[in-house]
Design a protein around this ligand. Structure first.
Ligand code: F6P
Length: 342
């Protein structure tokens, strides 16, 4: 069997560890010894842009951030030839199956292609950790650690100046990164997309921390909206998937907090720093195991399935069950964190 691998959508620390897990497992078990990588996600598939993936190419890459294959948000159906073009490229290059590593958009495209008879196994990827079919996605742990380190730093400078510091983190639809990094850093307020909140409530938390002599730390996910807003703050147009580019809610909140409390307030947007650099040990292990399981699923002909973490076990779930359901922060988890606000 010859397998083509692609990474698609926003990158996440651990992508290279998945690639290595797939290829090493195939070679070590002799279940599959021929792999190629498609460059830049589905774009490489429709363009027929391939690179060899052997022992040499994957040596030591589990430690590297990013993806050696490159990535894009290209949709194979969006005027890119869809099923016919992909079948043609696979036939011309003797590729029997594809392992697609990506988030909701990538897996949705993979499902459509599998329904049309193309052999595909998926590996879920998102730093936001918002796919319901898997307990955790690789990249999340690294992003949380990076955000926590940044907040620890913001707290020392905030303490020195007696300022309120706002840290804006990723999290388009869900607040997992904000919740975990905010708890780890001891934030005085955590604002997430699942919980629209009033300015009055935020002011109460900030003032309460300040009154106790603390320099308040407010953590806000990019997808958060005040209860007076219809949608998340976006002022930079749409991305390639037609989704609003988020970012800037921290900057929007800073003058509001400063005006209402008189506390000097500064906002920092962590942005793509959260997706860059080396993956944590946890993410390397999870990504490697997901890659190994994806190879096994391909060998077993489990087309239309993706690998997933449940508890400590890796299993496979049909794309149909995995898509369309966001894993949001449950009310109970938010209520638990909220006890520590203010
Ligand atoms: O979906 C993951 C994510 O990191 C979101 O949190 C964020 O809105 C988006 O990707 C940013 O994507 P891009 O790399 O296109 O700016």
């Amino acid at each position: 069997m010859k397998i083509g691998i692609l990474t698609s959508g926003g990158d996440a620390p651990g992508l290279n560890a998945v690639i290595r897990g797939i290829v090493y497992t195939g070679i070590a078990t002799q279940k599959c010894e021929e792999f190629v990588g498609f460059r830049s996600g589905w774009k490489g598939v429709v363009d027929g842009d391939l690179m060899p993936l052997g022992r040499h190419e994957i040596k030591g890459i589990h430690k590297q951030g990013g993806t050696i294959l490159g990535t894009s948000r290209t949709n194979p159906f969006d005027g890119n030839g869809g099923v016919d073009r992909i079948n043609q490229v696979m036939r011309e290059n003797d590729i029997d199956a594809i392992i697609a590593i990506g988030g909701e958009g990538t897996l949705a495209a993979a499902k459509r292609l599998t329904d049309a008879g193309i052999n595909i196994v998926g590996v879920p990827k998102t730093v936001d950790n918002d796919l319901s079919a898997t307990d955790y996605t690789f990249g999340f742990d690294t992003a949380v650690q990076i955000a926590t380190d940044a907040m620890d730093r913001l707290r020392t400078t905030g303490d020195s100046h007696g300022r309120c510091m706002i840290a804006e983190v990723m999290g388009r639809h869900v607040g997992w990164i904000a919740l975990h990094s905010g708890m780890a850093a001891g934030a005085h307020a955590i604002l997430i997309p699942e919980q629209k909140t009033s300015v009055d409530q935020i002011i109460e938390w900030v003032s309460s921390a300040h009154d106790r002599g603390r320099a308040p730390l407010v953590v806000v996910a990019e997808g958060f909206a005040l209860d007076s807003m219809d949608d998340a703050h976006s002022e930079r147009g749409l991305d390639a998937f037609g989704r609003p580019r988020l970012g800037g809610i921290g900057e929007l909140l800073a003058p509001i907090i400063e005006d209402r409390t008189g506390i000097e307030t500064r906002a920092t947007t962590l942005g793509h720093i959260q997706r860059g650099g080396t993956p944590s040990a946890y993410d390397r292990v999870l990504a490697t195991r997901l890659g190994m399981a994806a190879l096994d699923a391909a060998i077993a002909g489990d087309w239309g399935h993706m690998v997933a973490l449940r508890g400590t076990e890796i299993l496979t779930v049909p794309f149909a069950d995995a898509l369309g359901q966001l894993k949001t922060v449950p009310q109970s988890r938010y209520d638990e964190a909220r006890i520590l606000f203010g």
